[in-house]
Design a protein around this ligand. Sequence first.
Ligand code: PEP
Ligand code: MG
Length: 542
Amino acid sequence: MIRMNGKSVYKGIAVGPVVVLKKEDYRVKRTKTEDIEAEVFRVNEAIKVAQEELGNLYEKALKEVGESSAAIFEVHQMMLEDEDYLDAIYNMIRSQMVNAEYAVAVTGDNFSEMFANMDDDYMKARAVDVKDISNRLVKCLAGASAETDLSDEPAIIVADDLSPSETVQMNKEKILAFVTVHGSTNSHTAILARMMNIPALIGVPLELQNIHTGMQAVVDGFRGEIIIEPLDEIRERAIAKMKEENEKQRLLQELKGKENITLDGKKINLYANIGSVGDIGYVLENDAGGIGLFRSEFLYLGKSDFPTEEEQFQAYKQVAQTMAGKKVIIRTLDIGADKQADYFELGKEENPAMGYRAIRICLKQPEIFKTQLRALLRAAVYGNISIMYPMITATEEVLAIYGIVKEVQAELEKAEIPYKLPEQGIMIETPAAVMISDDLAELVDFFSIGTNDLTQYTLAIDRQNERLNDFYKPHHKAILRMIQMVVENAHKCGKWVGICGELGADTELTEQFVRMGVDELSVASSMILKIRKIIREMNMTE
Ligand code: PEP
Ligand code: MG
């Protein structure tokens, strides 16, 4: 029996056989070639096949996990068109007179190493993607498909690491769980696992040479544990727990259509967080009452230029119309820090999380901000949209925003374009905003507390830094007291207040939030029914 712990990415239980995915060792041989142009031709043909495979993967991911997660395959398609990358391959073939496989593999290694050595975390993460597309090309050159074969029986996938394309191309029906030796909680693979609702552990220090396909295992996502070749009693206990979980899921379905109301009649709004139009399916499927956070910056990521006003208008309009009168809170651009898009040319900063980001960019570069505001005000005609501004630290910022909104209104009026000025609120995600929440409450229609950044700034913990995981304590008394203070200040002014950071979905705190007077919780769609259950079983007066 082998028992190991890692970090759980999605909580759930799985019991079954293991399939160990060893990276096929493509020992690409270096051969001399006389016919250089034939090798270049082979590269170009392989690119066509790879592009087609990626296009199919994108469509598959779009259906299964939504647009924001599928976007990675569009990024891979773009990388396959990157001139620097392709020139490096062609150059190597021509200058060293080598075979296509060798040129692709070596270029892939070089580019991947270059990305891995960059300071920027986003760029660092691209190292895996370059490796992924290079491996795909090598396989295409060998005439093999890059698809991963799984056994017919559903299995627990154990691997050193999994690339996003390996994850998404697997048949979901055949996967009981993912367990990887490497990977970070913010990796695309982790995000995909979460979206697919599959138990997943990362960072498990398994020695893969000791584990074989066909061995039995138990994965416990609640404890972050994998047990290989478990004793019968452990296996039976896990099966019982799994049945219990399945039954809980089934019972949760019965809560669809029911109110989020405590036994003594206090109602709470339960909304969902989304990153793209494609996520609305999950929102409706899980019966969320609205959208409490649409992270609009995802419209800007993975692109080579700013999205146009029309593009944004169509996206916001589609969300508003699909939600048919339910509240849709769209947060304005929160780019910067970990969310980078090259065309913003933000430059390198010592402390990007405390740097030129979010509302600061919008106030300094109002043209970018105005394009988004125009799209939002126009889309507001088609549904129940609210606008939310991120990273606020001062009342002056809110007043400056209102000045820009007024200019946009005047422009739209002059051009006789229909628009509506929606409800406007702010995110409370800096300690400064908490401390002046009494003044801010006078200026805005609502607050939504961003506990992810509020925790980072209050506890002085970089939320991206894996090494600080043990110090990142969102249950810290300081955070809970801040939430209480914000709720009190909002209510004194007759304004509503919600939580849209990850803490809002923390079921250990649901009752406490309701008692504090929080009016709304905006969470991952998959958490809506679980939280509804807690609310419906609690009593405020107890
Ligand atoms: C937050 O900071 O809590 C939040 C919801 O915003 P993001 O996670 O996108 O920074
Ligand atoms: Mg934030």
